[in-house]
Design a protein around this ligand. Structure first.
Ligand code: PGA
Length: 255
């Protein structure tokens, strides 16, 4: 069994101004020190990146990563409104969420763009978190595995076998995101073991290394049961991450 470091990332979505970010880090710092066995990251809006990086540097919170919630696949170019991986790296960002279902739904994010975004992120030195997951209808029709196979294979197609294990994947069933309707521990384990096997089709070694998180209505009171599953390596947390105390409770449950 590979030794995979547990990872809990808070996805703030479109919440928190720079001023609110500084307040958040102040409150977070008061609750530290952090158990370093768990990797902790904050996925913040672009406009809060600078505040988050600066505040975490000064706070007794070093070691907590700042992540972006999207990026463009090209390093630069005529792409109005977009931000590239080298720009994020320069700003002190260490990772990036790619293919979140809200971006697929509202912003036309495609598997094809993700095929370029994943290698671009790794190349620039960002740790990508690739989000995949089925809708309620797809689950009801028994198409969960078909959907996951498609999304995982498409998005990772151009990631080299050597770098496959550095990718983080988040299994986020769409019906569980922001709904309070969390997947059962068995559902999370089954889907995540399936995703690991898909990675294993390309490289058994990468499958042992790749960290796969669960996301969708993770809260302090349900986090432990899900993350106790053998293939679940942590959590991508939306709503509950907006409160630093509950994010740290979830991180403590990941040990
Ligand atoms: P949620 O969001 O925890 O609020 O359900 C998870 C996510 O969208 O990453």
């Amino acid at each position: 069994m590979a030794d995979r470091r547990p990872y809990v990332a808070g996805n703030w979505k479109m919440y928190k101004t720079a001023a609110e970010t500084r307040q958040y880090v102040d409150r977070l710092s008061a609750l530290l020190p952090l158990d370093r066995t768990v990797q902790l990251g904050l996925c913040v809006p672009y406009t809060s990146i600078h505040a988050a990086v600066a505040a975490l540097e000064h706070a007794d919170a070093a070691g907590i990563g700042v992540l972006a919630q999207n990026m463009h696949q090209e390093p630069e170019g005529a792409y109005t409104g977009e931000v590239s991986a080298p720009m994020l790296v320069e700003a002190g960002v260490s990772g990036v969420v790619l293919g979140h279902s809200e971006r697929r739904m509202y912003n036309g994010e495609t598997d094809r763009a993700l095929q370029e975004k994943l290698p671009a992120a790794l190349e620039a030195g960002l740790e990508p978190i690739l989000c995949v997951g089925e809708s309620e209808e797809e689950r009801a029709r028994g198409e969960t595995q078909r959907k996951l196979r498609h999304q995982v294979q498409e998005a990772l197609e151009r990631v080299s076998v050597e770098r496959l294990g550095e990718t983080v994947i988040a299994y986020e069933p769409i019906w569980a995101i922001g709904t309070g309707q969390v997947a059962t521990a068995d559902q999370a384990q089954e889907a995540i073991a399936f995703i690991r096997a898909l990675v294993g089709d390309r490289s058994p070694e990468a499958a042992e290394r790749v960290r796969i998180l669960y996301g969708g209505s993770v809260k302090p009171d349900n986090a432990r049961e899900i993350m106790d599953q053998p293939d679940v390596d942590g959590a991508l947390v939306g709503g509950a991450s907006l409160d630093p105390a509950s994010l740290l409770e979830i991180a403590a449950a990941a040990r």
